[in-house]
Design a protein around this ligand. Structure first.
Ligand code: ATP
Length: 295
């Protein structure tokens, strides 16, 4: 990817590739095969952990069926409009837009395919994201309209999948990963959430949802395992109060787990970039070496 100073994609490049968001360097989808595995919790903590490294980070809550990122980030105010565009909210150093801002609370929304398409398109096109190093997208669970729309509308740097460790959740992971593979979205890795519970009183470790499934799935699929996060009341409380654990308890092992996963994700994106640059150079060299055929 050609870059201007500061790392954002060049405006010309963005114009040439209409699916790129001008000024946004990496767009990463955070997905899950099924609901309730902690995808939003992981999205929020990774976004804030990346912002704490000094990166410019945006978070797009595309979970049209249960947009709870504003609550998890402690944002109540609806974003302002400027010249027909939407200025994202900002919290814990992260720019934030959610479908939840535009849908009245406690309203059940029935989204048909084209509506999903239009809504997600607007969140990309009409939001003043500015220059970002990372735009994380919290997808709805599963492999439906929103996921496919997204892969059509925006050039994704890759997808991360969140799962719990048990076999039934992993079955859905494989399905989700296959969808991304089919549409040529690089698989950046698997995060295993709710991996184990450490008793606060006796320190005993209990593996509520079985053991090691995320890592085994990563191995089988040949994609990176980004790390595991324990099940912990402080992580849940961080979500409920709008204070993600990486800021609420930065010295805790749970926060450390999220920071390590964020670092691995950043490294995977850089490797992807280096890999793409290498293959561009290799193909250039190949062209230079190959004698002209005259036609
Ligand atoms: N590691 C964890 N420890 C304790 N609670 C957690 C953990 N991860 C998530 N939770 C809690 O589990 C619930 C579901 O998490 P979350 O909303 O992040 O899941 P989700 O996969 O995004 O769900 P959905 O896609 O169905 O909306 C929340 O109450 C959240 O606080």
């Amino acid at each position: 990817m050609a870059e201007q100073q500061g790392g954002a994609p060049h405006q010309d490049e963005a114009a040439a590739k209409p699916n790129m968001i001008p000024g946004v360097k990496h767009v990463v989808a955070i997905s899950s095969g099924k609901g309730g595995v902690g995808k939003s919790t992981v999205s929020v903590n990774l976004a804030v952990a990346l912002a704490l490294t000094g990166a410019k980070v945006g978070l797009l809550d595309a979970d049209i069926y249960g947009p709870n990122i504003p609550m998890m980030m402690g944002v109540e105010k609806t974003p302002e409009q400027k010249d027909g565009k939407i200025a994202p909210a900002e919290s814990h150093g992260v720019k934030l837009i959610s479908m939840g801002f535009f849908v009245p609370e406690d309203t059940a929304v029935v989204w048909r395919g084209p509506m999903v398409h239009t809504a997600i398109q607007q969140l990309f096109r009409d939001v003043l994201w500015g220059d970002l190093d990372y735009l994380l997208i919290d997808l709805p669970p599963g492999t439906g309209d929103a996921q496919l729309t997204l892969t059509q509308l925006v050039s994704l740097s890759g997808a991360v999948t969140v799962t719990t460790p048990q076999e039934v959740a992993l079955h859905d992971v494989r399905k989700g990963m296959m969808m991304f593979q089919k549409v040529n979205v690089p698989l950046l890795g698997i995060v295993e959430n709710m991996s184990f519970f450490l008793c606060g009183h006796c320190g005993e470790r209990t593996e509520i949802f079985s053991h090691g499934g995320g890592e085994r799935a990563a191995e089988k699929l040949g994609i990176p395992f980004l790390g595991r996060v324990p099940i912990d009341p402080a992580i849940r409380a961080g979500g409920d109060t709008g204070n993600p654990i990486v800021v609420a308890k930065p010295d805790s092992p749970q926060a450390q787990a999220f920071r390590e996963i964020a670092a691995k994700l950043a490294a995977a994106l850089q490797t992807g970039e280096a890999g793409a640059a290498k293959s561009r150079i290799a193909s250039l060299l190949d062209k230079i070496k190959r004698p002209a055929t005259g036609n």
